[in-house]
Design a protein around this ligand. Structure first.
Ligand code: ZN
Length: 186
């Protein structure tokens, strides 16, 4: 690069740059790690990304972490006995859709759907029942009952962990951890 960087505030070319590692949380993945640049004007003290280089780096890192998360979510569902074929059938997706997603061609709506199903795998059963309202309510109650039974089991094993703790700290399975659910494949 031949032209010197100038400060957007005062126009000075007395600009120094340093690197800063940023971690951006991506669901069901390790955080995206971005090597960002921080430019500082030595004359007026203005700080920032004067040449707009960081946005592209963030997108590259988040895209890579998201693609990895797609592979993990599909593998995680497979570990619970939920095949790609069942997912596609229940959600009325074309065959081989999940294979394409896993291969890196997953759109934003696809990622969002995978995150929802990875968090609430019983959504597939609701979909498989054509989103029947009564059946859907039944699935919610069954899922809540599984969560409550799990909390009681943990309480029996580790003592009264619920006392004084927000429910979210004991009920949230961490990313990639299988969620106990029984799946009947049709
Ligand atoms: Zn300046």
């Amino acid at each position: 690069m031949t032209s010197a960087m100038t400060c957007p505030a005062c126009g000075s070319t007395e600009v120094s740059s340093s690197a800063s590692i940023q971690e951006i949380a991506v669901p069901f993945s390790e955080p995206a790690v971005v090597d960002e640049v921080v430019d500082v004007c030595r004359v007026c003290g203005t700080e920032g990304d004067f040449l707009d280089r960081n946005q592209a780096r963030v997108e590259v890192a988040v895209d890579a972490a998201t693609r990895e998360s797609v592979r993990r979510m599909i593998d995680g569902l497979g570990n619970q006995g939920i095949t790609m074929a069942y997912f596609e059938r229940a959600m009325r997706l074309p065959q081989r859709t999940l294979a394409r997603w896993k291969g890196g061609e997953c759109s934003s709506p696809g990622v969002a759907l995978l995150r929802l199903v990875s968090t609430y795998p019983w959504l597939l059963e609701v979909a498989d029942d054509s989103f029947d309202a009564i059946a859907a309510q039944q699935k919610v109650v069954e899922a809540a009952s599984r969560v409550l039974r799990g909390m009681v089991r943990r309480q029996e094993a580790y003592g009264p962990v619920l006392a004084g703790q927000p429910v979210s700290t004991v009920s949230q399975p961490s990313a990639g951890q299988p969620i106990s659910a029984t799946f009947v494949q049709r």
